[in-house]
Design a protein around this ligand. Sequence first.
Ligand code: FES
Length: 161
Amino acid sequence: MASGRIAARRLSNVVTAFRLTPSRVGSSSAASSSSSASASRLVADRIVELTAIDVDGVRHKVKGLTKHTLLRALMNHRLIDPESHRLDDINACTAECRVMVASEWLDKLPPRSEEEYDTLAAAATKGKVDPHDRLGCQIRLSSDLQGMVVAVPEPKPWRIP
Ligand code: FES
């Protein structure tokens, strides 16, 4: 009987504690479920589905988010080794994020910047840049790129373990 009273008192204390912050408890859980629903809706709205073809010809479904780079999506799917990139400075980079974009998507991409072209040219065989060559770090995903197909070239020989 005494233990029942103690349990009731503890329960009462817990209820009192919650009552001390009713707006926080009530609104935060409502706000939290509402904000998490809107956050997941926002994330769902931002998903861009791509296909990446690896060096063995295997097609991978890749999901990225709008405003993120293609490189980030490919790294998240382990199709490009994050260790091989210095992501902040294109001029310090050796184009190891290079991808080849399928023809039908080339016109949907903004043109290459001078730095992007120069980086690709510096890394290309005999300085020849293929029209399909782009740097994954320079492509920002957008809903226009939904379904884009890219090929991920072989890593440079010095990057193969
Ligand atoms: S990450 Fe180095 S050129 Fe793109």
